[in-house]
Ligand binder design. Structure first.
Ligand code: ASP
Length: 432
């Protein structure tokens, strides 16, 4: 049995939490490969080391004195070293960091690097630097084939290793960061490369909630969820892990467990290819505010295909990703994120109006999209009817409806002002 674990920043934010993490790892001898984020916040007032390092890098770039921030960063690591009696030579490590301080990716990656170096010593695990195993192409994409090869060259199944998350390197050795929260992806890549039996992602919540606790009081936890459902929910704003985490593991079906460092015996949420539970109709509800619909009315004699093609090309020119295209016979809407079109909206409208087959363009702003996701909705009549009647009873007007034939999610659009009430109504009426 081989388990890859990843601990997020809040799980390792001070020496006490280092102790807690050690206990968790030692409780199961299969936890042989461990990935760490950089020291996170101890409480709300605190700072994440990664944020401090980005700030430090900005100071370096604009040639502003950075001593105070550097001391803040150093203090956090020195405190852990002292409290846990570690041997790591932090003087030397920080000397090297200062010598290379001009490179932002290198500097910011030092959060994960130092946290993992200290953890490796504290756990008695071997340290493998992510720069030697996570390989990028020069266009910034991950070279998965080379990465898997490098990991297997360095890793022998008996080893117990610690790997820093969030970064890798180009073939010339220069450090390259993943996107924010990317340590989750590092863990998934390692799980795939060594064919782990399980990937455990430790964070500071028990798992995924059926709906956001910011909207619904005491929502239920999701016990089991499929990779596809999770993609839908993460895309719609449910953010416990990085939305790309499952990509390396889903086609080889390595189960992902979301667990809580501060409540480690709780099972958490288990993400697999086919979740077994068939009782819950709705697995999760998530949504996002601030979309805009660009409504197009076309001339009755023109073909819709050509007009849609024209409109999509205009949006492509402005690099605006599309969420949904509800259509009727002579009109259709293109739903996009408001913040992504704000700057260009008048240019877009004027480009659209240059096509003489488009007879009207109007906008509906302040839309919210809500995804009701559930693998068990397939072939079950009456779910949409129930959603619509719940919203109707609560006086909520539906602006948009979309579902594809896979039936894994129903997306509805409401006005921003109805967003929270719509989620509450659906949760209370179907899940509770
Ligand atoms: N420390 C990085 C961040 O704050 C990466 C991570 O935590 O996964 O985004």
């Amino acid at each position: 049995m081989l388990v890859v674990c990843k601990f997020g920043g809040s799980s390792v934010s001070n020496f006490d939490r280092f102790r807690q993490v050690k206990k968790i790892i030692e409780k199961d001898e299969n936890r042989k490969v461990v990935v760490f984020s950089a020291l996170g916040k101890v409480d709300q007032e605190d700072n994440k080391i990664t944020d401090l390092l980005y700030l430090l890098s900005a100071h370096v770039k604009y040639k502003v004195n950075y001593d105070a921030i550097l001391s803040k960063v150093k203090e956090r690591f020195y405190e852990i070293k002292e409290k846990l009696n570690l041997k790591i030579d932090l003087e030397k490590e920080f000397e090297t960091i200062i010598e290379n301080i001009d490179s932002e990716d290198y500097l910011v990656s030092r959060g994960e690097y130092l946290t993992s170096l200290m953890m490796a010593e504290y756990l008695g695990y071997k340290f493998i630097d992510a720069k030697d195993i996570i390989r990028f192409f020069y266009d910034g994409k991950i070279d998965f084939a080379e990465t898997y090869k490098l990991i297997n060259e360095k890793y022998n199944k008996l080893d117990k290793i610690v790997v820093p998350g969030f970064y890798g390197a180009y073939p010339n050795g220069d450090i390259k960061l993943l996107s924010r929260g990317g340590s989750d992806i590092t863990g998934a890549i390692l799980s795939r490369a060594i064919n782990a039996d399980r990937y455990e992602n430790f964070t500071d919540v028990d798992g995924f909630y059926v709906a956001s606790p910011k909207i619904v009081d005491n929502p239920k936890m999701i016990g089991e969820i499929t990779y596809d459902e999770l993609r839908e929910l993460s895309y719609m704003g449910a953010s416990v892990i990085h939305e790309e985490t499952i990509l390396p593991i889903q086609d080889v079906n390595i189960p992902l467990y979301i667990k809580n460092t501060f409540n480690p015996d709780k099972t958490g949420t288990i993400i697999t290819k086919d979740a077994s539970n068939k009782d819950e109709i709705v697995t999760g509800i998530a949504g996002k505010k601030d979309f805009i619909a660009i409504n197009i009315v076309k001339n009755k004699f023109s073909t819709k295909l050509e007009i849609i093609d024209y409109v999509l090309n205009v949006l492509k020119k402005y690099r605006v990703p599309i969420e949904s295209i509800p259509t009727s016979i002579d009109s259709f809407s293109i739903v996009v994120e408001e913040k992504l079109v704000k700057k260009h909206i008048y240019d877009i409208i004027s480009d659209l109006k240059t096509n003489e087959d488009i007879i009207d363009v109007s906008l509906d702003d302040s839309l919210a999209l809500i995804a009701i996701v559930g693998r068990n909705m397939v072939y079950k009549p009456g779910i949409s009817a129930k959603i619509f009647s719940l919203l109707g009873k609560n006086g909520i007007n539906i602006k948009l409806i979309s579902q594809n034939t896979k039936e894994i999610s129903i997306i509805i659009g409401v006005q921003n002002k109805d967003f929270e009430n719509a989620i509450k109504a659906i949760y209370d009426g179907i899940v509770k």
